[in-house]
Ligand binder design. Sequence first.
Ligand SMILES: [Zn+2]
Length: 399
Amino acid sequence: MVNNAHVFVVDATTFPVHRDRLFCGVKNPYNENTRHGLYADLFAVRPGDLVFFYQSRIDEPRKERGFRGIYRPISPPFFDKSNVRGFGDSRTLTVYGKCPNPKCREPYSLKSGKAGALGSRKCPICKKEHGQHILPNRVLIAPVSYYLYPVDDNTAYINHTNHGMLWTMLFRKTFGAGRARSITHILPEEAQKLARLLRRVNNNNASESYEFKRYKEPDQVIKKRIELDLGPGPETKFESSLEAWIIRNIDKNVPILSEIVGPREELEYFGNNVLYGIGGEKVDILCLHKKAGVRYKATVIELKKGRVPEEALSQIEDYAYWIGQLSTANVATPIEKLDIQPVLIGRGATPNLKKKLVSFKPWSFPIPLATKCNATVKEPILLAYEVSKKAISFDRTNN
Ligand SMILES: [Zn+2]
């Protein structure tokens, strides 16, 4: 069963509205490539997952910053450019779905000025500096346990009196603004840690009496599905389009892709753009698989819009050791044996890669945790993709 959890970045002007009107909103970049990257992040969110907020701006009071929660998505992602007014404590605030300039009303986020300077962020259509976040890509949520006080950064990242680590979030912080994303998928063990810390900071008291006013019901958003334009094919418009399509359909029984992902009941987690290194190293898609309560496999999918080059093999060498640790170090049930299954997806492969794949030798290495784990990197699976009729099909080109 999938146990995905997501952290949405908010600030002091947007969080109160999301909290009181029960939705998450994310930007809508005018640049299509960037927008498809954001869709990839958003398409991983499914009803039944967990949602946390992270209130992040440096200029906010320290006690207001940090992780908040806990919520559950109750709708698929949808597009809605209506402006949402707060309620109760947030009644003076509005989350916009479109440009506030009455002559414009276009649903695109502000575009950064030179070097991302805050003062010169403009609407990409009318060029007005209106200073509002435009957040028309949305998901409806319901509170699971609403905690009044956030978990601050020090408690989350450097306090050693609670076990576990928030690796995937920490790597985003280390990078600074450039690598920040509005949604980060966190591993099941990281979500457990955040929930533990929220309980601790709030002395185990979830607020029972907090009043919410949902801005829409799930049946009102069904027709507002976000369209992903793949282009005429056979190649996708951008690599981010391929990523977004796969993330949206990863658990939908797509032929061949579903064989890679394996039985749904064993799929414990999937996420895109998963960071594993201080230098910003990432894998495109990570799936974790669990059998009889124990994680046993990590599937790492690397995507190429065009042909997969031979460098893909050195990439596997780069990530294997770190993904091995990321997948095993903080789990509640120790893992003795982990398979790492590399998957390469592109419009076929270069002749050099094909040649090298033939002589690929799986290798193993120990991960000396409290319970020693042995990790094995399996022979890569190569898939060729093709866009036709607004969908993507896959073909297995080796083994
Ligand atoms: Zn405008």
